[in-house]
Design a protein. Structure first.
Length: 109
């Protein structure tokens, strides 16, 4: 892990490569973008080792699920649990993302 560039974009590299990785399976709203970026910076100090689970790529950016190796934390799930991100709707959810159970609708009397 080299750098947190935004609330959903990381710069990841190894000894001889560096590439941008967008967190897959989640959406961060503009009002939570700064808080999501701060949360990621706290969870990902430089040189943190991560596991990438690629989902897709576009325009040179890898879309992937990202897991911190030392504790097994999935960053997308962590942002959702912190209330800083939402799971993507099923219609645009890439294959490889965990299925999202719809929230139960309140029963009307």
């Amino acid at each position: 892990m080299l750098q947190v560039r935004s609330g959903v974009l990381l710069q990841v590299g190894d000894q001889n490569r560096s590439y941008p990785v967008q967190l897959g399976c989640i959406s961060v709203t503009p009002e939570h973008a700064d808080a999501a970026e701060a949360w990621l910076r706290q969870e990902l100090p430089r040189r943190t080792r991560v596991n990438l689970r690629p989902l897709d790529s576009a325009d040179g950016v890898l879309l992937a699920r990202v897991q911190v190796l030392r504790e097994g934390l999935d960053l997308g799930s962590g942002l959702i649990d912190a209330g800083l991100a939402e799971p993507l709707p099923a219609l645009i959810l890439p294959s490889g993302c965990p299925s999202v159970d719809p929230k139960p609708q309140p029963q009307s009397p």
